[in-house]
Every structure is written in structure tokens, then in C-alpha cells.
Design a protein around this ligand. Structure first.
Ligand SMILES: C[S@@+](CC[C@H](N)C(=O)[O-])C[C@H]1O[C@@H](n2cnc3c(N)ncnc32)[C@H](O)[C@@H]1O
Length: 382
């Protein structure tokens, strides 16, 4: 069991997210801000320079305890380019000793040389986009790696001395049988990762997957997703602590950056489509590369929108996000409002939510989204 106090404390630390949008091809299920290099060849150096400028434009802040390079596919960058971004963060804000510096990587990019050189410029955590070990599932997800590539990538991360090696899985692809998922879970566990993430395949609007489903192709099935999730929970068992609805880790190896976001902590967001949360204001950047580059090069902020939440909205968001943690969240005003509502009473009576001292938690993780919807529907005047 992960220590709830330690998880809560991580939310008070300052973090930064850097979005690297480049992919050699867009995956059919992905709606992130992505630049498909096949369709739109782009100079990485120009983008890195823009990131350096954006970072230098940000007003002074506290030193950072966690940095996450997400994508897109940050592992397409050279170590020198990643090093430039990290130096720029360090120059502007400072990176605290022992800070978590994480990168998302596609297994096919994660050679021993690349892993070693990225480790040298300061990356110490890698999240490998494994998704599945089944060739037919990987093909349907538009992925180009195979099982052997993942095995090599994990070995390369260990040889290069990474503190945390996360394997990222997706379950519920329509071509995935239960036997295939069981094999993927066994293969992932067999690699002995110290962190594991598994997300149900979601049909996002505007993606190739969503167009296919609209034209009659099968989409993920709710019962199948539930069975696969339950299998995963049982198979991981006590090997890793189930600390968040979709995440498992050795205690002490939980993702500090994600704990900041789930704990309603503050983080800066740089790059295309990046989100930030600073001084109580949530911001998001433009999602078009030409607009992002032009704005930065003209010395204008790439922000597309900002939202300053009222007190009640913040409180409701705190509980909505915090309930993702298996250790739950301090009940507070919004938790109390949930428990006083007819929906909350039903959830409590059915054992879906539980009260442990001053903490409210979701006891049946499959129903986390359903509980979250009830929290979002709460009105302060009810
Ligand atoms: C956006 S990708 C970027 C990192 C890397 N390029 C990769 O593909 O793994 C990060 C993660 O987002 C998750 N993801 C993205 N779109 C998803 C979807 N529609 N359904 C479920 N998970 C999704 C996957 O777990 C994926 O590993």
C-alpha cells in the first residue's frame, strides 16, 4: 500500500510539463496535439528554440521537483535537444536535487545508446509505450514495434540506470481476446517493471478510430473492458501497489508529476497544446504548430485560453481528481456534499465509496468515472 500522506505531499511540489508533438505516424486512437512527420516534416531545432523562448518568457517560479516530457513522441528528439530543454528549465526555475525527470518513449526508439545519452543529460524515468505484446493488437493500434523490441527497450533502460521504468498498456482493442490480454499482462509482469500504467482504449472524437466506429467497425465493449481490468488487478496482485485507478508502482516509485496533477497541484505547461496550472489559474496553449511557432517567434504568448476557477469549482475538482487515488482524498466540503446527496447515499450504501476517517475513497475502482460524474454534478446550493 502506498502511503497516502506521501502521495498527498507530492501534490505540493512544483512540476513542469513539456509537450513534444512529433510522431513518425499518428496512432488511429490518439487525439493529443500531434505533428505527423510523414505529413508535415518539421525542424525539431526550431521547435526546441521556441520552447526555450517560451520557458524564458514565464515569470519566476519555485524550483521544480518533477518534469515530464510527454507527447507525441519525445524519444524522437536527440539527447542534445532534450538537454537544451532541461537546461532551460534549470536556468529559469532550477531543478531540485533528486527531481523526477521523465520521458515518454516508443520502444523502437529506445536503443541502449539513446537511453544512455538521455540518462546523461538528466532523464531518470522512462515511460515505454508498449500498449500490447500481441502483433495483431499492435497492428490495429498502428504500432510498429514487436515483443522483442520491448524486451530490448526494458533491458536498455536498466543498463542505462533509470530509476523508474514504466510500461504503458492499452486494453480493450476490439481485436484483443481475453487470452491475448492475459498474455500481455503476463509478459509485462515478467519484465518486472517498477511502474505500470494501463488505460482502457477510449474512442476520442475526431480520431481515425472514431470515424471507423461511426462507419460500423466495432468499438471497445464495456463488459470486456471491465473483465480485462479485473484480470489486470488480480494478476498484478501484491507485486506493485495499486495507487491510482490506472497506475501501479513499487511504493516510493509513484509518478510525482502525475501525483501533482491528480492532487490539484501546480505545474507549468510548455509547448504545443500544453496545459498548465499556476496561481490557481488553468491555462492551455494553442494546438496548431504554425500558430505556436509564429506566436513565440513574435514574442507573443502561445496561450489559447485560461480559466480561473471559483472556490466551489476548485473544491469540487479537488475531490473529483483525488478520488482517482486508491487512498482517496480528504472528504472536505465537496466530499461531504456528495455523501449528503441521494446519489452519494446510494454509492455509500452499495459500498462503491467508503469513508476512512477523514478520507473518502472509491472502493470499486471500475466505478471511479461514475463517482466522478456525481461529484461534477454537485451544486453548492443543493
Ligand atoms: C499519447 S501517448 C504518447 C507517448 C508515446 N508516443 C506512445 O504512443 O506511447 C501516451 C499514452 O496515452 C495513452 N493514450 C492515448 N490515447 C489513448 C486512447 N484513445 N485510449 C487509451 N489510451 C490512450 C496511451 O496509454 C499512451 O501510451
Amino acid at each position: 500500500m502506498s502511503d497516502p500522506g506521501a502521495l498527498d505531499a507530492a501534490a505540493g511540489e512544483r512540476a513542469a510539463y513539456i509537450h513534444i508533438p512529433f510522431c513518425h505516424r499518428r496512432c488511429p486512437y490518439c487525439d493529443f496535439a500531434v505533428v505527423d512527420l510523414g505529413e508535415q516534416p518539421t525542424s525539431f531545432d526550431r521547435y526546441i528554440t521556441a520552447l526555450e523562448i517560451e520557458i524564458s518568457m514565464e515569470p519566476e517560479w519555485c524550483p521544480l521537483k518533477a518534469v515530464n516530457l510527454g507527447g507525441g513522441t519525445p524519444s524522437v528528439l536527440s539527447p542534445e535537444q532534450v538537454g537544451r530543454v532541461l537546461r532551460s528549465l534549470d536556468d529559469s526555475f532550477g531543478l531540485l536535487p533528486g527531481a523526477e525527470v521523465s520521458i515518454e518513449a516508443n520502444p523502437e526508439d529506445w536503443t541502449e545508446q539513446h537511453a544512455t545519452e538521455l540518462r546523461r543529460v538528466g532523464i531518470n524515468r522512462v515511460s515505454l509505450g508498449v500498449q500490447s505484446f500481441d502483433p495483431s493488437v499492435l497492428a490495429s493500434l498502428g504500432r510498429v514495434h514487436d515483443r522483442a523490441t520491448v524486451v530490448d527497450a526494458v533491458r536498455n533502460a536498466h543498463r542505462a540506470g533509470y530509476d523508474v521504468v514504466n510500461l504503458d498498456l492499452i486494453f480493450g482493442t476490439p481485436v484483443e481476446s481475453m487470452a491475448s490480454w492475459q498474455d500481455t499482462v503476463a509478459a509485462a509482469i515478467g519484465l518486472d517493471p517498477n511502474h505500470l500504467s494501463a488505460y482502457a482504449l477510449t474512442v476520442e472524437l475526431g480520431t481515425a478510430l472514431s470515424r471507423a466506429v461511426r462507419n460500423g467497425a466495432p468499438g471497445p465493449d464495456e463488459d470486456d473492458l471491465a473483465d480485462k481490468y479485473e484480470h489486470l488487478v488480480a494478476a498484478v496482485g501484491d507485486r506493485l501497489a495499486h495507487y491510482e485507478v490506472s497506475n501501479w508502482a513499487e511504493p516510493g516509485r509513484e509518478c510525482r508529476y502525475n501525483l501533482t496533477t491528480w492532487g490539484q497541484g501546480e505545474y507549468l505547461g510548455f509547448g504545443l497544446g500544453a496545459h498548465g496550472h499556476r496561481d490557481g489559474v488553468r491555462t492551455r496553449n494553442v494546438r496548431r504548430l504554425d500558430v505556436y511557432l509564429r506566436r513565440i517567434e513574435e514574442g507573443v504568448s502561445p496561450e489559447a485560453g485560461r480559466e480561473a476557477m471559483g472556490e466551489w469549482e476548485r473544491e469540487r475538482e479537488r475531490v473529483y481528481l483525488g478520488l482517482r487515488l486508491r487512498a482517496g482524498v480528504e472528504t472536505g466540503e465537496a466530499g461531504a456534499a456528495l455523501l449528503a446527496s441521494p446519489a452519494g447515499q446510494r454509492l455509500l450504501a452499495a459500498g462503491v465509496v467508503e469513508l476512512h476517517g477523514d478520507r473518502l475513497l472509491v472502493a470499486q475502482p471500475l466505478l471511479t468515472d461514475a463517482v466522478a460524474r456525481e461529484v461534477l454534478a454537485l451544486d453548492p446550493f443543493d
